[in-house]
Design a protein around this ligand. Structure first.
Ligand code: NAD
Ligand code: DAU
Length: 350
């Protein structure tokens, strides 16, 4: 039975990837390794935790000895690496956490794979899940393609770019079979409400101000999280070793336009007067070094692996809003405790 290690499986994207693999591949043993930081939540996996092929390991990828021992013990055949510090605003306040987890943690995993796999790479794969932010910021035209030069602009994206470089270096130098994918902004159920979509859904519901950075004109390219998980499945099984795949749904939105869609749909769902939630929009100081535009050209994964998004944006947003409205307890749980002090500090002027 192949053993696959999925790191960061208690987080937003990781939990959807773990669920997909556990359910689609009952013949695989799936190990979810997660430190359970503020962003990791085992509630996300309640529905599958009893299944025979799912195993949870609590641990920190920054702890090299622990990672090495885990690999020695379990002899994983494959790794899908998602564990990371993932929020740009937090990276601006505290870059070191990002260097430890995203860079040192990734290199620890590569070292463990190198040491345990030795030179026997038959049916082995180290799949590193990365972001489009490594490519930097676009003006109005053009797209990120796989050969776009790296130009990270935030401590978060610099740490992810660094981890991507290490993954490629270990392939080139030691022959570790690797694949990298770089995806655009995800949205959907189980996302921690520090990120734009769940933060604004939660604030609209609670009639709290909607803090729009700058003029709200920055553009992001949005993909439903389950479509990202499907792409990861395809890349893991059909991707070519040594290659990079960009993942995105050709779905660009100016922040302010997306926010107005959230307000409109939520007014309808909450039975509010049309326009009521838009009154909550509050322009605040811009994010430092705020990237203007991201846009992924996903032609390669579409043509070579036959992937395409399954959901139209309108459907995805409606499903996402319904999920948060129906899971208020989940939101209340994750927004209590430490998150309260983060929120008060980050949005103190709002
Ligand atoms: P997330 O913040 O929701 O989850 C991260 C998970 O990693 C959490 O469960 C956390 O507990 C775990 N983790 C953090 N530090 C750890 C450590 N030191 N050891 C072990 N586990 C640790 O993140 P996400 O949004 O699900 O992103 C997952 C991955 O996908 C990241 O690598 C991110 O860079 C990448 N990505 C995210 C997006 C997006 O839009 N969210 C888009 C493209 C790529
Ligand atoms: O592009 C992929 C990346 O997308 C991932 O690698 C990151 O892990 C993920 O967090 C996301 O990064 P962004 O910075 O684009 O996402 P965020 O949800 O933080 O912000 C989206 C846009 O909304 C961005 O232009 C900043 C703006 N914004 C965000 C917040 C939290 C606001 O205007 N107000 C806010 O309060």
């Amino acid at each position: 039975m192949p053993k696959i290690l999925i790191t960061g499986g208690a987080g937003f994207i990781g939990s959807h990837v773990v669920r997909l693999f556990v359910k689609e591949y009952p013949g695989y043993d799936i190990y979810n390794l997660d430190k359970l930081t503020y962003a990791g939540n085992l509630e996300n996996l309640k529905d599958i935790e009893e299944l025979h092929n799912y195993h949870f390991v609590k641990g920190d990828i920054v702890d090299g000895n622990f990672i090495h021992e885990l690999f020695e013990k379990e002899k994983f055949d494959g790794v899908i690496h998602l564990a990371a510090e993932s929020h740009v605003d937090r990276s601006i306040k505290n870059p070191m956490e990002f260097i430890f987890t995203n860079v040192v943690g990734t290199v620890n995993l590569l070292n463990a794979a190198k040491s345990v796999w030795k030179d026997d790479f038959q049916d082995k794969l180290f799949y590193h899940v990365s972001t489009d932010e490594v490519y930097g910021s676009l003006d109005e035209g053009g797209f990120f393609v796989e050969s776009t030069s790296y130009d990270p602009q935030s401590p978060y994206s610099a740490s992810k770019a660094s981890s991507d470089h290490f993954v490629r270096a270990y392939h080139n130098t030691y022959g570790i079979p690797v694949i990298i994918s770089n995806c655009s902004n995800n949205y959907g159920p189980n996302q921690f409400p520090e990120k734009l979509v769940p933060l604004f859904i939660n604030n609209i519901r609670n009639n709290k101000p909607l803090p729009v950075y700058g003029k709200g004109e920055n553009v992001r390219d949005w993909l439903y999280v389950i479509d990202h998980a499907r792409a990861i499945d395809l890349v893991y099984h059909k991707g070519k070793v040594g290659e990079t795949y960009n993942i995105g749904g050709f779905n660009e939105w100016k922040n302010i336009d997306l926010i107005k869609v959230l307000c409109k749909v939520m007014d309808e769902k909450l039975g509010r007067e049309p326009g009521a939630s838009e009154n909550l929009i509050t322009y605040v100081q811009d994010r430092a070094g705020h990237d203007m535009r991201y846009a992924i050209d996903a032609t390669k994964i579409m043509k070579e692996l036959g992937w395409e998004p399954s959901l139209q944006f309108e459907e995805g947003i409606a499903k996402t809003i319904d999920w948060y409205l129906n899971n208020q307890k989940w939101l209340d749980n994750v927004t209590s405790g430490n998150y309260k002090s983060y929120y008060e500090e980050q949005y103190k002027d709002v």
